[in-house]
Design a protein around this ligand. Sequence first.
Ligand code: PAF
Length: 285
Amino acid sequence: MLQTESCREIQARALELRRAGHSIALVPTMGFLHQGHLELMCRARQQADKVIVSIFVNPIQFGPNEDLDSYPRDLEGDLEKCAGVGVDLVFTPTPEELYPDRQFQTSVEVSRITRGLCGAGRPGHFKGVTTVVCKLFNLTQPDYAFFGEKDFQQLAVIRRMTEDLNFPIKIIGVPIVREEDGLALSSRNAYLSETERRDAPAIHEALKRARDLYRQGLHDSEKLLREAAEHIERRITSPCEIEYLKLCRADDLEEISGPVAGPAIILTAVRLGRTRLIDNLQLQP
Ligand code: PAF
């Protein structure tokens, strides 16, 4: 497995691989890898001849009061995990390498689909994500790129960008990997105190409650959301705030009001103490 911090080197290697006729799958990450990331890598391994993983805590997708400085990091452990699942190349740039001082002036922004949900509470976040993903696409020349469905809005935004900007890349979403008690795996779970960790599965339970009621025939979006919110408020004992809890159309993430008709998804962001957790569940299987 080759590791490089250099943009020039990763791009040269990727172009070499393409010239030799190999297909490439990219798995972009911010490191502190968990089973969810490893699942993306295994899927990538099955799909393409060569797998490139990027590990980069992207400063431009964090707001001024967010957790950029405290974001968990473990490069040595991450590299071992990548080697363990047969990754070919790991790209670990520094912020200066990707955004050279005073030169960097370009960004990529997707409009409508970034406005609600996480975009509403994290202004500039998706612009930071699409800008870095665009750079990673150009640097690693992938045929396939893998993203987790936990960040469902991010996946939809990246699909939109890929289509709008005609990248010849197939975007593949991979289902959420959960702990046994239902908590969606996330690097940020490392921030949770013992009590918060005990409370956290209530988020997934609440989404399941809405889905079960939907399957039993309750299609009124307001009632479904109320049931889910009440479950969170009842079950979580530590300080907690629901940042958003919404029902949206699964394809374009437009918010649903009134009766749910067609493929829909319930999405939430909950602040549990200082930790912001997101989760989602499609109402239809
Ligand atoms: O989902 C993430 O880890 C990040 O948002 C991504 C896609 C690697 C871009 O920095």
